[in-house]
Design a protein around this ligand. Structure first.
Ligand SMILES: C[S@@+](CC[C@H](N)C(=O)[O-])C[C@H]1O[C@@H](n2cnc3c(N)ncnc32)[C@H](O)[C@@H]1O
Length: 221
């Protein structure tokens, strides 16, 4: 039987792979900042983030395929994270954890050079100009990412939203970041890479509506 939100929240508290940190917990740096690989995952492997991960499809699927990397999914919605945590536990994935917090606090969680790659999977498009700062590919967020990523780190964006995609392409060009690949129709290309072989909850909804999925990856300049 499907669980309701309260049951999920209760179960979330028992999950060993979920860390829940509120705004006040992050008024100072989180104790694992700079030490996630060594002290949490007990290895020295690179760390990949999925931001706004929802049910964590990328975090879980990439972790299954790539055992020599660590994966952390971040979202502020506990009922969605419940799904990713549960699946990762059922699959015994030791290279996965989830953090329930707000993405804008990531510099309190991670030190410079601690993150090797970031996936942005179907972020809220925030279409109003007055909300530009809330777009996960705005200069404000790119600065947060730059401060925690290795110099050659890669950022991936998948979206259904043409305006957000074009905005991101313009931002990459304007701020002299390096665009590595982009397509307005990912599934028109018949690729079999990480971008096209994993589908998120929102992505499946958009595909059912025959919306073209856009994908790009870039490095911060
Ligand atoms: C449109 S959903 C996409 C979820 C998932 N990536 C997918 O493709 O199915 C956007 C997600 O981003 C999360 N989110 C948006 N802004 C956030 C923020 N500032 N901090 C943490 N999570 C955020 C929402 O809770 C939501 O789960």
């Amino acid at each position: 039987m499907a669980k309701n939100k309260l049951e999920k929240f209760r179960e979330c508290k028992t999950f060993t792979n979920l860390i829940q940190v509120g705004y006040f917990d992050l008024l100072k740096d989180y104790p694992l900042k700079g030490h996630w690989a060594k002290k949490y995952f007990r290895n020295q492997n690179p760390i990949v983030l999925e931001l706004g991960c929802g049910k964590g499809e990328y975090t879980v699927s990439l972790a299954e395929r790539t055992k020599d990397k660590n994966f952390i999914g971040i979202d502020n919605k506990g009922a969605r994270l419940w799904r990713g945590c549960k699946t990762a536990l059922e699959k015994n994935l030791a290279n996965v954890c989830f953090i329930r917090t707000r993405i804008e606090l990531i510099e309190r969680l991670f030190a410079s050079n601690e993150i090797s790659e970031i996936w942005l999977t179907f972020p809220d498009p925030q279409p109003r100009n007055s909300k530009e700062n809330k777009r996960l590919t705005s200069p404000r967020y790119l600065t947060h990412y730059k401060n925690i990523m290795v110099p050659e780190g890669i950022i991936h964006l998948k979206t259904d939203n043409t305006a957000l995609f074009e905005y991101t392409l313009e931002t990459i060009e304007k701020h002299k970041h390096s665009l590595l690949f982009h397509s307005f129709d990912l599934y028109g290309l018949n690729l079999n890479d990480e971008a096209s072989s994993i589908q998120t909850f929102y992505e499946k909804m958009f595909l059912e509506q025959s919306v073209n999925i856009k994908y790009l990856r870039f490095k911060l300049g």
